[in-house]
Structure formats: C-alpha cells, structure tokens
Design a protein around this ligand. Structure first.
Ligand SMILES: [Zn+2]
Length: 236
C-alpha cells in the first residue's frame, strides 16, 4: 500500500489563517472570517437557485403535517436537490431495495453492485415509495449541530422526545410491534431535521452564498436521513 502522509505546506492563500500552519491541527470548525479571507465564502457571486420539476413523493406536503406552509415552501430548492440526489442514487439503492436476501435474520455480507438494469432500478424505487408511505417529516428547533445532529429518525408516528443519546431499543421494538398490529408493511418513522436550515433559508437573500449553503446542507441531511430509514423500516 502506498500513501503519502508527508506534512505539506498549505496553499499560500491559507497562510495566516488557523488552517495554514503545518504544525497546528486545524480547528474542527471552519472560522467564518477565515473562509471569507481565502475567498471561499461571500465571494459576491449571486447564484440563481431555479431548479424546478416534479418532486419525489417523499416531499409531498401530506408527509409534513406540522410545518407551516411558509416554512415548507422555504425548503423547495432543497427538495429539488434531494430529488436529484435520489435519482442519481438509483443504482446504489438497488443494493438495499427491494430488501436483499436475508441470511437468517441479518445480512451477512452486502455485495455492492452499481451496474443495474432499468428494471432493478424501478423495483428499488417502487419499494422506496412503499416505505415513504409510512413516513412523516418535521422540523425541530431542539436538534442542533451543537449536539452533533442535523437530523434524526424517530420510531413512531409521533415524537415523544428527541432521543439523541441513550438506548432506544425499546421504542424500536415497540414501533415494530405496533406496525404489525396495525397491519402495516413497515415501521412508521418520523424524521426530524433541524429548524436551523429553514431559519437560514428564510433569513438569507435567495441566491446568496448563505442561501446556497443552507439549501445544499438541508438536501444532504434529508437524503442522509432517508438512508437511515431504509435500514429502520424493516419489521420482520
Ligand atoms: Zn446519520
């Protein structure tokens, strides 16, 4: 194996910033003033966030029962980006949907194969739509990056608390039992995303750097949480 762990001098532009000293560990968080200094933020460029098209059913209003229309609409560009990410992820989703053959209870080994036929991708999308029917979304001011979370899956059609830490096995099992009792095909899940995304989208000028970062970060979080859902929906 070959790798290069030689410490390298930073790019000239980073000199004089906290990222730029070879002997330092860079701080975990980027510092806003430094990002501006190296021209990575607030460059003055105005973007034109104008994605349109049919959204994934995941983003139907009925799956977002508790959010106001104004705040729901603020997420439009994030939903557009998420819809495109889900489309691109089609072949990869086929490794998980429809459910891979279980060896006993758990998958022993997952063979990732990214060259998939049109039929396979269709089958994965159909399975995903069925899972989506058991989901709802909400935004939550209690979930913040400070706690290390931007989004969270909850086990059930309503949220009792933001169980960020601790053992939630009981709720996980309870949600499966309830789904079976109610004749559902999947565990009902609620996905929270941090309200900070919506706050930022509403506060920023549309097309500004801050707006674009918020729209993209929200989309990444949304698709990330959907990834969890694909593993959590199963009640067998
Ligand atoms: Zn996660």
């Amino acid at each position: 194996m070959i790798w290069n762990d030689e410490p390298r001098e930073p790019d000239n532009r980073l000199q004089g910033t906290s990222q730029g000293k070879r002997t330092d560990f860079p701080p975990k968080e980027w510092i806003r003033s430094e990002l501006e200094q190296v021209g990575a933020l607030d460059t003055g460029k105005n973007w034109n966030p104008n994605l349109t098209g049919k959204l994934h059913p995941f983003f139907d209003r009925r799956h977002w029962p508790s959010i106001s229309t104004r705040r729901f609409d603020a997420l439009e560009q994030s939903f557009q980006i998420s819809t495109r990410l889900l489309k691109v992820a089609g072949p990869y989703l086929c490794n998980f949907l429809p459910d891979p053959k279980f060896n006993g209870k758990w998958i022993k080994r997952l063979e990732v194969n990214d060259s998939r036929s049109f039929q396979e991708i269709n089958a994965a999308n159909t399975a995903l739509l069925d899972i989506v029917d058991h989901l709802q979304w909400r935004e939550s001011p209690d979930i913040t990056p400070k706690d290390g979370f931007l989004g969270l899956n909850h086990y059930g059609p309503e949220v009792k608390h933001n169980n960020l830490h601790g053992d939630d096995t009981h709720e996980f099992n309870q949600a499966a039992r309830r789904a079976k009792r109610d004749g559902l095909r999947h565990r009902q899940l609620t996905i929270s995303i941090t309200s900070q995304f919506v706050d930022s989208l509403l506060a920023a000028k549309k097309g500004s750097h801050a707006y674009m970062v918020a729209a993209f970060a929200a989309a990444i979080t949304i698709v990330h949480e959907l990834g969890h859902t694909i593993f959590l929906h199963d009640i067998r």
